[in-house]
Structures are given as C-alpha cells and as structure tokens.
Design a protein around this ligand. Structure first.
Ligand SMILES: CC(C)(COP(=O)(O)OP(=O)(O)OC[C@H]1O[C@@H](n2cnc3c(N)ncnc32)[C@H](O)[C@@H]1OP(=O)(O)O)[C@@H](O)C(=O)NCCC(=O)NCCS
Length: 153
C-alpha cells in the first residue's frame, strides 16, 4: 500500500493515503498493477464487476513519462486473466488532461459522456473541472475496437 500511495503522490495532488489504497484494494474485483523499470515508475488501479471494468487511477512518475509505460499498464490491465468476462472498460478523465486523453484515445477508448464539475481543482476553492467519461469495448465485444478503430461512441 505504501508503494502505491507513494507513486500516486508523484502523479496527483493531493495523493491518496495508504489507507485510501487499502480501502480501494479491499473492494471485490479490484486489481493493482505496478510498472517497473529499474525501480517502480507507474501504477494502475482497476476494478471489475461482472462484464464491466473501471480504471480507477493510473499514473506514471514524471521522469518516466512518454516512454510507453502508461500504454503498457493499460494494455496489461485489459489483457489480465481476471478480465476475461469483461466486455467494456470505463474511465473518467478531466477535460483539460490532454496527455491522458491522448493516451486513452490511442488505446481505443472513446468518449461516451460528460460529467459536469466532477473534479475539484486543488488549491482553487470552488473551481471544478468537468470529466469526460470514456469507454473501451474489448475485442470479444466489438472486434473493430481491438486496433483502436472503434467509432460511433
Ligand atoms: C497520462 C499518463 C499516465 C501517460 O503516461 P505515459 O507513460 O507518459 O504515456 P505513454 O508514454 O505510454 O504514451 C502513450 C500514448 O499516449 C499519448 N500521450 C502520452 N503523453 C502525451 C502527451 N504529453 N501529449 C500528447 N500525447 C501523449 C500518445 O498518444 C502516446 O503515444 P506515442 O508515444 O506513440 O505518441 C501520464 O502523463 C501521467 O501519469 N499523468 C499524470 C497522472 C494522470 O493524469 N493520470 C490520468 C488521470 S485520468
């Protein structure tokens, strides 16, 4: 839990505590991945319920960004054996988080909704940011989405 909380703290402000991580990972269907180079550089926390999964959080430490780690984490999660029943993966991302939106789009996620004023901006009391809801259909559900060509969402 300490490692996950430390990685999260390198990627988000405010970071989540060890207790937050313990609560998340105690939920049925939750899964955490850690990306290693010489040392831990990224993480992904997901949760699966029946045929749906959700990316709860994903991050790569600044020094290791733009080297394919985020993409590898998302691919590994989608291909994990525990994900066999899953046909759709959902996530939320802030409308102004352009690197993450580009990563998700490259991984076959498509916009399926908008959540107004979803995120509170740290240090800017009262200011909230909208979130885009994105979905990736896994290949068994929609073969066209396997190579990121899914459209119509
Ligand atoms: C979003 C994040 C996880 C991306 O991780 P990463 O390891 O840097 O991403 P990758 O190197 O795997 O990039 C894969 C693809 O994503 C896109 N991408 C990633 N960073 C990008 C950037 N800064 N600008 C534009 N596109 C970007 C590109 O399409 C890239 O493919 P390419 O290298 O072939 O062009 C990372 O920037 C991060 O941790 N950000 C802070 C935490 C965060 O915002 N998490 C997501 C919350 S929803």
């Amino acid at each position: 839990m300490g490692l996950l909380a430390a990685l999260h703290g390198h990627c988000f402000t405010p970071g989540w505590s060890e207790m937050d991580m313990a609560r998340l990972l105690a939920m049925p269907g939750s899964l955490a991945l850690i990306a290693l180079q010489d040392s831990p550089v990224g993480f992904l926390i997901g949760r699966q319920v029946a045929c749906e999964a959700e990316i709860i959080s994903v991050g790569v430490i600044p020094a290791a960004r733009a080297t394919g780690v985020g993409a590898a984490l998302l691919t590994t999660y989608a291909q994990h054996p525990s994900m066999r029943p899953v046909t759709e993966i959902f996530l939320e991302v802030a409308v102004d988080n352009h690197p993450a939106i580009a990563l998700y789009a490259a991984q076959g996620f498509r916009k399926v909704g908008l959540r107004p004023e979803y995120y509170a901006a740290p240090g800017k009391s009262g200011i909230k940011t909208d979130a885009i809801l994105m979905r990736r259909r896994l290949p068994d559900a929609d073969p066209a989405s396997e190579n990121g060509n899914a459209t119509g969402d």
